[in-house]
Every structure is written in structure tokens, then in C-alpha cells.
Design a protein around this ligand. Sequence first.
Ligand SMILES: Cc1cc2nc3c(=O)[nH]c(=O)nc-3n(C[C@H](O)[C@H](O)[C@H](O)COP(=O)(O)OP(=O)(O)OC[C@H]3O[C@@H](n4cnc5c(N)ncnc54)[C@H](O)[C@@H]3O)c2cc1C
Length: 825
Amino acid sequence: MQQRAVRAAPGESTFQDVGLGLLDGLCAAARLPPHRRRQALHTLEDMLAPWGSWSVGDQPRFPSDISDDHFPIEHSLAVSGNDIEIRVLLEAQAQIRQLSDFWAAGCALNALLARRYGADLQRFEQIAELFEPRAGARYAMWHAACFTERADPTFKLYINPQARGREHAPAIVAEALVRLGFSSEAVKVATALRPGGTLKFFALDLERGSNARVKVYYAHDGADRRRIEAELSRVPGFSAAALETFWNVIPNQDDPFVGLPVTTYLSFTEGDDRPTSGIVHFPVRDYADDDQEVRRRVMALLEGTERELYSRALSGFAKRPLEEGVGLQTYVAQRVGHGGRRVTVYLSPEGYRVAPPRAQSGIASRRASFESTLARLEFGGGVSTEGAARGEASRDMGGLVSRAPRAVLRPRSIEDLQIAVRACRHHGVPLVARGQGRTPFGQSQIEGGVVVDMGGLGSIHSISDRAVTVDAGVTWHSVLRATAPRGLAPPVLTAFQGLSVGGTLSIGGLSGTSYKRGAQVDHVLELEVVTGEGELVTCSPDANSDLFDMVRGGLGQCAVIARAKLALVPTPAWVRHVTRRYCSLPPFLSDMRELVARAELDGISGTFHLEAEGIRIELNAVSFMDAGAAPNMANLLRGLPDPAEQTTRDLERLAYYSEVDELVTRLQANSAWDQLARPWFDVFLPNSAVDDYLAQVLAELSASEDVGGPELGALGQLHLFPLLTQHLKSPLLRVPPGSLVHLFDILSCSRRPGDDAWSQRMLARNRRLFERARGDGGTRYNIAAVPFTSEDWKTQLGPRYDELRRLKQKLDPDNILNPGLEVFS
Ligand SMILES: Cc1cc2nc3c(=O)[nH]c(=O)nc-3n(C[C@H](O)[C@H](O)[C@H](O)COP(=O)(O)OP(=O)(O)OC[C@H]3O[C@@H](n4cnc5c(N)ncnc54)[C@H](O)[C@@H]3O)c2cc1C
């Protein structure tokens, strides 16, 4: 495609004006002798010649990766003692925006450098075809010229190991090194990549002789200093102590570094199996508020005369007050190994844009640069900023609230999860973990933040006779399918198995068996969690027990659950389910209390069917049994008055636990299902209040308004679960005082999609019923669609509120974990 005319009009700034002007300022400040200064300017003029006279314009024609604003030239200065070297890096421009044209422009520049300056192209020619970029590569070829007071200019060439795609980069680098005569040992060292490592550049000194280097550049996403040190430890004689000051003053923050990645290179010369030197490049502009701050840090790193050299050169280069922007100084680098310590500061001409200081633009600027971090995160399950994925994550099972995230991340490993959390923290972007998104009131949504889809963490790691260790994204369905063939199951399973382990452990997890077994959160042996600082911590009743207590039922406020070790118990293969029907509340409650007090049954619950003719009440008495060993139900139900009706059925245990799953699958087959609203109401009631409360509430509710249609079966009705509190041991599952309490659920469901007026009526009803319950000493079960303020949270959590706040401040100091719940705002 032909470009528009690019020749500069009189008065318009050209690339030559900018590139040469800044180089001249640097040379003057570095006090290069006049002949060297002239030589430097002539050389750069030559290198820019085919396009130097083009107008810079107000935006890049081709987005060069050489600088943040895509200006195709970068300057740098390297200081070591009294020595200073000034360099210019550039991307030869082409009239037509195709990589093949940029490659051709680069080759033309090579020829010019060989012709006029004696640059040696022999090694490039041996490997050129490996690096010729295919469509989709980010760049073709960059050139650098280096100027000192002692010698004629030297040149370096940078070519792209990812020219044929990222996955081919190690093979391309290996092949190039072999062609250049390096040993297999050198190839091994150069191409060894750790997780998060990427090959970025392959660089050649365009010189003859045994000192001519090949440099291999790497980027390290989310790396900490130990990882960078491990990379550089491939350089013989490397000592971590050499970088101590660098780490202390340049990043000015704890590692790991989750903004722009730290990069390194290893430099190889002919005949050496191991690198002769290496460098760490720190992208300081992503970790500092403004350039004055960067200057302060660089001054602290430099020694003696280096400070004056740098300070003068920076003044010669900067065309604006340093405190008025960030990004003039992009990287600070320190060399290790052969040649000794040398510090390089990379300088951006800011040809198109000055990034405002962070202190001024604050969180907005940090969040803006989050997009570029996201673009670089390449972990297994992917990063999606697509409308479809974001739309999906802005809905949940309730259909009541919709909060659009800016991205959905799907970690595949705990390390991915840590990187995601750290990236969010670095950029001040809130984050919420999402299991199956089955909570109905936005609990797994986040406006403008990141939804971490835990579905990618879906492995079952080990099963023993007593425990199963699973990733948090695994569903209970998968847990049961894996353990049941061994005659084992978790002690408590929810009615529906299509919920994630992390999701129910962040809420509670209750069922008919809970009356004498507690909640799912009471059967966790150990958790691996990632805190709001991205730290991986193991917690259990014996280790970090405070965290263990604040994570179970903690709605992801202090940490994201990554992995869980869950208790298993032997599980008989069959279930006998007796349903007793009642016409009124008092005999039902009386029988239920009697059965709970005996604690002989395996499961007890109640169901209220609101029907046009009135209320039908059922008591579900469940006993587990081995094949051929049926329980004596007559004995288990002894002494209870005859109910209005009683039925008995025997089911295989897996079939029993699949009933609601199958119902959900059937309902989902109807396309309207996902569009219905489900303002579920769930409260814990003290035993002393349950009779009056239920009598009042049941009298107020209507079959046509307050519950779902009859086709919804158990998912459109009201349920009561008795709970003996001696078995509820997780402090954040807040229940009323007393030895016996009850979970009361109203599973409301709209009759048609889009009935917002009905949803609003139901939310108002939920709040009203909640306040009445709270007046009776009740608490909310946190799956409920009951609007909550932070005052409500305070009341709900009671003495645990401050405990949770203290731990959150410690582990999530920037409040990035699920702030949408407004527990503390
Ligand atoms: C059909 C159906 C039947 C149900 N039956 C029962 C039942 O019998 N008993 C019962 O107690 N509940 C029941 N529930 C409610 C259910 O327990 C909760 O909705 C549960 O949290 C849903 O799991 P999820 O994977 O969908 O979690 P999500 O809705 O995705 O998440 C729930 C909350 O946990 C947080 N979270 C999710 N994963 C993590 C993690 N790894 N680390 C930290 N925080 C995390 C989320 O941020 C969110 O705040 C039922 C729900 C449905 C839809």
C-alpha cells in the first residue's frame, strides 16, 4: 500500500531533526571531542538518510516497538567510571507498511554500513534467511550505532527470533548459533527458557574478529529478582552481590515485577561455551512516577564521576522538566561479567507523546497501561478482552445484576494465578475469582476489573482413603465421580454438583446432611491460596490458621483459593429417601426437631410447595445404606405421629446426587432458562424464631409471585435445613446463637425474561424478609440476593469483622480482591 506523502513541509519536524538534535545534545553533554561529535552526527545522518527527511507527523506511520510511543529511534548512554558511550537504536523505515519492506530497508542499511563504515555482514548473511519475518512478526530488523571518544563508530544489528512465530524462536536461535560455529553447550545455555521467559532479540556486532559478540535477549514476565539472577548465573563468575545495589535502588519495590517485564541478555563470543557477559534491563518507567524519580534512583546506583556524566547527558537530552512526565528514561541496565559493571540508561525522544507522571494521573494511568500488560500475559488458559467473554462474565445465575469486567483471565496453573493477581495489583485493577458463576447476586462479577475464571484450574491431584486434593476450579461433580468408584465421598455435598470447589468453599456449602456434619467448609484439611499480593500460602487448622478461618466462607476477600485438600469418608452405595407430607407447620417442625435431636438419619430437610390450593409441606428423611442392608426406617421414624402421606424410594447414591444436576440440564435445554431472574432468598434463623417466622412468611407468599413455576421442581420452591451448630466450625459462616438453627431458602424464579419490575419487587421482598429475620436474630447466607451495605456486613460478621479487616489489610493491602462486595467501603 502506498503511503501518503511524507516529505516534510517547511517548518515541520523531521526524523533527522529529532534524531540528530538529541544525539548532538548528548554528545555535547558527554564532551565528546569535536571530531567525534561531527562523526557521530554524520553517521546517524547516513543511517537515517532514506527516511530522515520525512515529516515526523503527529502519529506513527508504522508502530515501531523501539519506543512506547512507537517513535522509531531511541538513544542511550552507558557509563562506567570515566567512560561514556552514546548509542542510537533505530528501525529503518519503509514507504510501504509491510514487514518485507522493512526487512528490505534494513538490508539496504546493512549494505550502506558495510560500504561506508566497513561493517562486517558475513555472520548476518550466514543466518539471514532464518530471521526473515513472516506476516504477524512484530519487527524485521533494528540497527544500533555506538559512539565514544576513543574510536570510530561501531554497529549492532538486532533481528527477530520470533520472525516465524514465538514457538519457533528457540529452534531458530539454536540453528543460528550452530551456523555461526557455536558449540552445542553454548546452544543449550542460550536456548534454555524458564516459565515466563521469551526470546526477544538476536543481536550481532557487525564486526570481524573473535571479539565480535552474539547476544541473545530474553523477556521474563512476572519474574522476581531471584529468577533474573538465576538467568545471569550462566555467566561465569557471576555473583548476585554485584546486583545488590541495582535491585535496592532501581525498582524501588518488592519483586516480583509484574508490570513491563524485566529483560536480560547473554553475550557469546566465538569459541566460548558459556556467555562472556550478561545484562539486566529494568523497565524503570513502568515502576516510577516520573523521570525526576528515575533520575534520583539512577544517581543512587552510579558511583563517583559516573553521576556527573549521566547528569550532564540527561540535561543535554531532556527537552522538558523531568517531573512533568514518565518514560523519557525507559530502561536502566547493568552489565555483569566480561568488561565489568556498566550502567546504561535508555532514553526515549518522546517523539509523539509524553506520558503524564503517575502521581498526577494516579490510578487512571496505571490502569491504562494495564492493557499492555494484559497483551503480554500469555499464560495457558488465555486472556480475553473480547466482548463475548466479558459479556459472559458480566452475568451470573441470578440475572439480577450485570457488571462488565475489562478482561477475563483463565489461569491454567497456580503460577498463572499469581501472575494475574500481581498484574492486577501492580495496575490497581480489582479482581474477582469466578467458579461456575452460580451465585445469584453479582458475587462473582466485577465492574471494570478482571474476572479470574477458575475453570482452567481443573485438576484432581491425588486421592487417598481420607482425602482428595483438587484445584479450586474443579466441580463437586468431578470430585464425586473421581472418589465414588473407591467407595468414598466428601462428607457434605450440595444438592447441585455443578458448583466449583472454590465457589462453595468461599460461601459455606450446606445440605440435608449438614445437620450433623456441618458445612463443606468444615471438611477442608488444607488450602493453598494466593493472597492479594500474589503470594502463595498454605493454610490449615495448624498452619496460618487465621488465614484458613478467613478464607473459608470469606468470598475471596483475603485470598483466592487455588487448591484444596478435602476430607473423604466411606460412602454407602445407596440412599433410602422417605418423604413425609404435612398439612400444617407445627407437626412438621415438631417431627423435624425430634429427628434432629436423635441424629440417627443421614440427612434431614424440609420442602414447602406453594401451590394455588395452599402449602404442601414435606419432610425429607434420608438414610444411606449398603446394597442388601436396608435401614429400618420404621425404627428411625419411631414414635412420630402418622403423617398425611408417606412415600419411600431407594436410589443409587450417585443417582440421588445427580437429581438436581439432571433437572438443571433439562431446564437449561429451554433457551429461556438462562434469561430468567433468580432472586434467591437465604437466611439462617434461630430455632426459637423459626415457627413464627415461617408462619408469617408462608402466609405472605404467593404461588404465582414468589416461587418458580411447577416445572422447576425443587429449584422453584422453599427449603428448610436444620443445623446443629456444634458441627459448624468455620467462623465466617455466621449463624444465629443456639444449638439448633435453620437455613431457610426461597428459590424464586421469574416466569418470563426481562421482567425487571418483578425482580425489583423480589429484591425489596428479600430485604424486608431479611430485616425481619435479623430482628429475630437471623443472619444472611451469603448466596442470597439480599442487598447489603458495609453496615450490614459489620452487623453480620460481628466480632469477625475486624478480624477479617485486619487480615485483608495485611494480605490484600491494595484492596484488589473482590471489592465489589463492599464489605469494607
Ligand atoms: C442449582 C443450584 C443449587 C445449589 N444448591 C446449593 C446447596 O444445596 N447448598 C448450598 O450451600 N449452596 C447451593 N447453591 C449455591 C452455591 O453454593 C453457591 O452459589 C456457590 O458459591 C456457587 O459456586 P460457584 O462455583 O458457582 O461460585 P461462584 O458463583 O463462581 O462464586 C461464588 C463466590 O465465591 C468466590 N469464589 C469463587 N471461586 C473462588 C476461589 N477459588 N477463591 C476465592 N473465592 C472464590 C466468588 O468470587 C464469589 O464471591 C446452589 C446453587 C445453584 C445454582
